[in-house]
Design a protein around this ligand. Structure first.
Ligand code: ADP
Length: 164
């Protein structure tokens, strides 16, 4: 039976750090669903549709990766698509506490769903969607921290936000 894992996150936007986790995740799982969690409490930089389209731009030609979005509990989504594994990345100690809490809460909610963590590669441990956005807004280069089409989208978004 093909083993599918769900990689949930905000992906606002997808970074090279996420891509590293996805590539390594494919060495363990047959299929990955990269799922944008719709969080109405966070004010995003990119809309859900834009984030999905940026993800498609990375993975459209890889038939082992699907891109989707969901609202509500992650464990409910995982069950809905018939999977039982959540994949998450760990960067630093700062991620640990939050991820530990989430993984345990999710296991409490749905004991049949397990969370697996992958350690970030040393080349991307310092990359987050948040610092990518901050660098763009401050006029710095994010080349290499995100794929080229994402860099382009960040610059266009910044320009339209300034105009608007
Ligand atoms: P969330 O808003 O749910 O934290 P993110 O989109 O920021 O979602 O990240 C999704 C997952 O990817 C999280 O598990 C996060 O720790 C992980 N992640 C983000 N950036 C990196 C990175 N540079 N290296 C490894 N894992 C990462």
């Amino acid at each position: 039976m093909a083993q599918t894992a769900i990689y949930p996150g905000s992906f606002d936007p997808i970074t090279s750090g996420h891509i590293g986790i996805i590539e390594r995740g494919l060495q363990v799982f047959d299929q990955l669903i990269v799922a944008v969690a719709i969080n109405t409490r966070k004010k995003p930089f990119f809309t859900v549709e834009e984030r999905l389209s940026l993800l498609q731009g990375c993975f459209a030609d890889n038939d082992r990766i699907q891109v989707d979005s969901f609202s509500g509990l992650t464990v409910d989504y995982v069950r809905k698509v018939g999977a039982s594994v959540i994949l998450r990345g760990l960067r630093a100690v700062a991620d640990f506490e939050y991820e530990l809490q989430m993984a345990n809460m999710n296991r409490k909610l749905e004991p049949g769903v397990e969370t697996l963590f992958m350690m970030t590669g040393e080349e991307y441990f310092f990359v987050s969607s948040q610092n990518v956005k901050e660098i763009v807004m401050l006029g710095g280069s994010i080349s290499g921290l995100v794929p080229p089409h994402v860099e382009q989208a960040c610059l266009s978004k910044l320009a339209t936000d300034k105009d608007g």
